[in-house]
Design a protein around this ligand. Structure first.
Ligand SMILES: O=C(CO)COP(=O)(O)O
Length: 139
């Protein structure tokens, strides 16, 4: 599975802690992240992560483009609901695309626990079929 990891500054410690706790599961998948989040997680865990630009510089949009191309299977996006973000439109666009394409999105630790455990138990295996269908149809 292709998994995106993103956190706003006030939530980065939480996401690092979360990925560290479930490192053995995350290690079985292809990981992608916005710039600073990816650096923090790879430094803490040693996991290999494909890093895009920092969120405010377009990283959210790069991950959004992967969603639009059916190349992303789950998103862990720990948002900070208490701090205004300069790139709020990009944040909204990313969340919107998850809804457009029915891509599982965890925006807080509580949902993230369910998503990572469900993913590990195979509850997201339908994503493999969805991706293969698209590839077979040349999309
Ligand atoms: O701003 C972000 C998500 O909207 C995250 O970007 P960074 O991981 O580069 O801090």
């Amino acid at each position: 599975m292709n998994i995106a990891l993103i956190a706003h500054d006030q939530k980065k410690n939480d996401l690092v802690q979360f990925v560290t706790a479930y490192q053995s599961i995350f290690a079985k998948h292809n990981l992608f992240a916005t710039g600073t989040t990816g650096m923090r997680i790879s430094e803490a865990t040693g996991l290999t992560i494909t890093r895009y630009k920092s969120g405010p510089l377009g990283g959210d949009q790069e991950i959004g483009a992967m969603i639009a191309k059916n190349q992303m299977d789950a998103i862990f996006f720990f948002r900070d609901p208490l701090t205004a973000q300069p790139h709020e439109p990009d944040v909204s666009a990313l969340i919107r695309l998850c809804d457009v394409y029915s891509i599982p999105l965890a925006t807080n630790m509580g949902t993230a626990e369910l998503l990572i455990r469900g993913l590990d138990e195979g509850l997201l295996d339908w994503r493999n079929i969805a991706r293969e269908n698209d590839e077979n149809n040349g999309r």
